[in-house]
Write a protein that binds this ligand. Structure first.
Ligand code: ACM
Length: 265
């Protein structure tokens, strides 16, 4: 099974241009699964809910519909971040589009980073895994800053994910140290699609640091980008290899857990 992540620099507010780009990549990349960055149709650095709402659209809206059409026609699984409107709320969401449309879903970012708190509602989808029996893969989704919470990947691991995908707009330098640990402790593949470039609003500039990559279930880097390039990274994955959580004859990383001793509150 071929998995790709796409790293690029969306242009703030240029929805048609950004969407055109991800539609083209979605059509052209010959992979089973393609992961794009967080908020990749709109850009990132919103300053208010009014502003994010003005660019948001519903999961049933035209951006998702045009990506869904490609997913169904070309039998590719497409994951991309977008500003999702639902009534009076706007979420920082990721669409997970399955060729069989009824299996498609939307994840709403659980942990909001920095000024996202002024612009988005806290996600209420919770973590879930899409079980694609036809292609024999279980995919769990989180978004960017969720990486700082081991509970996010642990939840997806316990739900049976073989692969965790993480559309991102990462700005701090520390995350590449952590992703391999999340892959190892859950024995899952991990795909981070980050963006690059900068955005400036109200005299403040945020810089996104690329380095998108795919990590194997033993934490090894299978493929990784530099900070600035626009590029597509592709590797082969074998989802079924993540399912035996033992690493010797005696230990099993999920079976050995002692949740009665863990503090969750
Ligand atoms: C982030 O969550 N976009 C850093």
């Amino acid at each position: 099974m071929k998995l790709s992540v796409v790293q690029f620099t969306p242009k703030f507010g240029m929805k048609n241009e950004n969407l055109g780009k991800i539609l083209k990549y979605s059509s052209e990349i010959e992979s089973d699964i393609i992961v794009f960055p967080e908020l990749c149709t709109t850009g990132y650095f919103f300053q208010s809910k009014e502003e994010s709402m003005s660019y948001a659209e519903e999961f049933e809206g035209p951006a998702v519909a045009s990506m869904q059409e490609i997913s169904s026609r070309t039998e590719k699984i497409l994951i991309f971040g977008f500003a999702e409107r639902d009534g009076d709320d706007v979420y920082n969401s990721a669409a997970i589009l399955m060729p069989e449309e009824e299996k498609s879903g939307v994840y709403r970012k659980t942990h909001l980073f920095y000024k996202e708190r002024y612009c988005f509602a806290e996600g209420n989808s919770g973590y879930f895994v899409i079980d694609d029996k036809k292609r024999d893969i279980k995919i769990g989704t989180m978004i960017c800053y969720d990486w700082r919470f081991p509970e996010a990947s642990r939840s997806l691991g316990l739900l049976g994910a073989d692969l965790i995908v993480c559309p991102s707009n990462l700005v701090t330098p520390v995350w590449p140290k952590v992703i391999p640990a999340r892959a190892i402790e859950n024995k899952v593949y991990f795909a981070v699609a980050n963006r690059c470039g900068t955005e400036t609003a109200r005299d403040e500039t945020v810089k996104f640091n690329g380095q998108s990559g795919i990590w194997g279930y033993n934490g090894e880097i299978m493929t990784q980008a530099e900070q600035e390039d626009e590029l597509v990274l592709t590797t082969e994955i074998e989802p079924s290899k993540t399912r035996d959580k033992s690493f010797n004859d005696i230990n099993d990383i999920f079976g050995d857990r002692r949740p009665e001793y863990y503090i969750t509150k």
